[in-house]
Design a protein around this ligand. Structure first.
Ligand SMILES: [Zn+2]
Length: 204
């Protein structure tokens, strides 16, 4: 837990960069966004993140806006890479927002796996180009590093601040209590195409 928390914090530190971001036009005089007009920006993000990774014993400890990483016994799902080779999945993530799932054996062998899956929930995609096998999001097994690029950081920060509309209403809250995290996890775990094996008694 501590390791995962530290790596996520370290990787998100130092801001990020993204160009071609379409967002509301900013009015400097009024110091507010014009919600009726769009503008294209190059954004340098500079956020401080507090990361808190917690182990839970009961599903009812989950809150609507939590990110979930579930550890299961095994994953039957396989994928084909861009070179046509088949691979077993060590982890699977249900798109942006999650939940993310990792298999226990792979997680023990590769402590960066959970961070890889978590960053899928923040909008990053897998990398398969062999000249980028020093990157955390490279997922073909022969990784030689865990680099996150500034552009990837920019992508994650853009995802995190998507609901900037809420900020313009002076409610600096990102909580999304209505998101049914437990239900999303249940649906993802029970989706047969994912081939998860897990102790069902632990996920009630
Ligand atoms: Zn991946």
């Amino acid at each position: 837990m501590t390791f995962t928390q530290q790596v996520i914090s370290n990787k998100l530190r130092g801001g990020g960069y993204k160009s071609g971001v379409i967002f509301f036009e900013y009015n400097h005089a009024k110091k507010s966004f014009n919600l009726r007009k769009n503008h294209t920006y190059s954004i340098r993000y500079n956020f401080n993140f507090m990361v808190n990774v917690q182990q839970i014993n009961m599903l009812n400890q989950l809150k609507g806006n939590d990110f979930v990483l579930a550890v299961v016994d095994s994953i039957g799902h396989q994928f084909t890479d861009q070179y046509g080779r088949r691979h077993s999945s060590a982890g699977l993530t249900n798109g942006t927002g999650g939940p993310a799932v990792v298999s226990y054996d792979h997680w023990k062998k590769d402590r960066y796996l959970s961070v890889h899956e978590f960053f899928h929930t923040l909008g990053l995609r897998d990398i398969e180009n062999s000249d980028k096998n020093n990157r955390l999001m490279y997922h073909l097994g022969d990784n030689i590093g865990q680099v996150i690029s500034e552009l990837e950081k920019g992508d994650m920060m853009q995802f995190i601040m998507k609901n900037i509309i809420d900020m313009t209403k002076n409610s600096y809250s990102y909580s999304n209590a209505n998101r049914n995290t437990v239900n999303l996890l249940r649906t993802f775990l029970n989706d047969k195409t994912n081939g998860f094996k897990y102790n069902k008694a632990k996920f009630r």
